[in-house]
Ligand binder design. Structure first.
Ligand code: NDP
Ligand code: MG
Length: 388
């Protein structure tokens, strides 16, 4: 029996994780969900409590906490609130693995808490590695925790690397769909609407990552994520636009051979692999019908058009605390874009001005990371007030 906690259980990855748990339990790989968490979706969290019967549920929003406590559910479990609630469950010894499906910076402290308590982590929250990759890896060296990627590209790479010594890898090739604006001109991107940006061609995901996929910031984050996960220099990580999202990523070896992992775009596959790693369990998730695949195409990303990816490359070069600014400024800019306060193309402009103002810190501590994150957000909100 595998005992797990699912943080962000009401989100897109969280709901897919629970679907995977149902599949595993049907197929002889018993998983028990001991803890779940949400920000404010009391309705769905209540249904999940009834179905999965966890020991405790954590809810971040205080009003929602009162609401959840006042409900008379058939399954009685502890109801905890906020970061204190997460810290409390991280210290319990009745589970081994945390699925971190929180979005943005909110996922960082839970990742750190999980490592402190020696839990394995199935990590969807790539922002943890963007802002604190160095700190997380120095903590992992002292801990019995293992980090397993949920992100489809990184899961693909992990699958390609099975049985292969890392010293024989020459390049990682991350594929990217190119998002909904792949074929627009830079000029046309000025006037795209929130609804258009939220319409991803291949994947159904939470709003934040859907916007990151439209700006290609997501791919920039994924280069940083891959660099930490696989201990590979960013110069040896390439990005290829592959609009069909069938090849999820590839590894090229020193002898010139390339391995790729393929599948339909469905996050349940990489989530399940993270839970069953290094083994596999049967599923009835959708399969590729190769006869229906007309062509698989590959192209270079256009860094002039997708300035967020260019900014991510700049940050990878400068290192230190710049990735924290990239992430914090990006979260604030996306929030403003979703509220229709700024244009789509203001997102990279605001991030760039935050980066220009920032002075680099080498090897930032957790305290530095938290304060640089707050500064970056405030900088973007203040600058945007001048824009409108
Ligand atoms: P969603 O927005 O769908 O879900 C986020 C989850 O986190 C929800 O449960 C939400 O609760 C909770 N949450 C949101 N804000 C906070 C907060 N401030 N404090 C505590 N909990 C919070 O996101 P996704 O599932 O799309 O993404 C989750 C992570 O996975 C991201 O890092 C993303 O980059 C990564 N990822 C996602 C993929 C996908 O297919 N969706 C693919 C690859 C990576 P509530 O529902 O109550 O708001
Ligand atoms: Mg991805």
């Amino acid at each position: 029996m595998k005992n797990i906690a699912v943080l962000g259980s009401t989100g897109s990855i969280g709901r897919n994780t629970l679907e995977v748990v149902r599949n595993l339990n049907r197929n002889g790989f018993p998983v028990s969900v001991k803890y779940i968490s949400a920000n404010s979706n009391v309705e769905l969290l209540s249904q999940q409590i009834e179905e999965f019967k966890p020991k405790a549920a954590v809810i971040f929003n205080e009003t929602s906490f009162e609401d959840l406590k006042s409900r008379s559910l058939n399954h009685k479990c502890e109801i905890l609130c906020g970061q204190a609630g997460i810290n409390e469950i991280a210290s319990r010894d009745d589970f081994e693995l945390v699925v971190n499906a929180l979005v943005g910076f909110s996922g960082l402290i839970p990742t750190i808490e999980a490592i402190k308590h020696g839990k394995d982590i199935a990590l969807a929250n790539k922002e943890s590695l963007v802002v604190a990759g160095e700190l997380i890896y120095s903590m992992l060296r002292e801990s019995k925790s293992h980090l397993l990627p949920i992100d489809s590209e990184h899961s693909a790479i992990l699958q390609c690397l099975q049985g292969e010594p890392i010293a024989e890898v020459s390049r990682l090739i991350l594929t990217a769909s190119g998002g909904p604006f792949r074929e627009l001109s830079k000029e046309e991107m000025n006037s795209v609407t929130v609804a258009q940006a939220l319409k991803h061609p291949n994947w159904v995901m939470g709003n934040k990552i859907t916007i990151d996929s439209a700006t290609l910031m997501n791919k920039g984050f994924e280069i940083i994520e891959a660099k930490w996960l696989f201990n590979i220099e960013a110069e040896n990580i390439d990005v290829l636009i592959h609009p069909q999202s069938i090849i999820h990523s590839m590894v090229e070896f020193t002898d010139g051979s390339v391995k790729a992992q393929l599948g339909v775009p469905d996050m349940k596959v990489p989530i399940q692999y993270a839970l069953t790693y290094p083994g596999r369990i049967k599923s009835d998730f959708p399969r590729i019908d190769f006869k229906q695949l007309k062509n698989l195409t590959f192209d270079e990303p256009d860094l002039e058009k997708f300035e967020c990816l260019k900014l991510a490359y700049d940050v990878i070069k400068s290192g230190g605390s710049y990735p924290i600014v990239l992430n914090g400024a990006n979260e604030a800019a996306i929030d403003l874009f979703l509220k229709e306060k700024i244009r789509f193309t203001d997102i990279p402009a605001l991030i760039k001005s935050a980066m220009d103002k920032h002075e680099n810190h080498v090897s930032p501590s957790l305290e530095n990371i938290v304060s640089i994150d707050s500064w970056s957000r405030k900088f973007v909100y203040d600058s945007a007030t001048e824009l409108v």
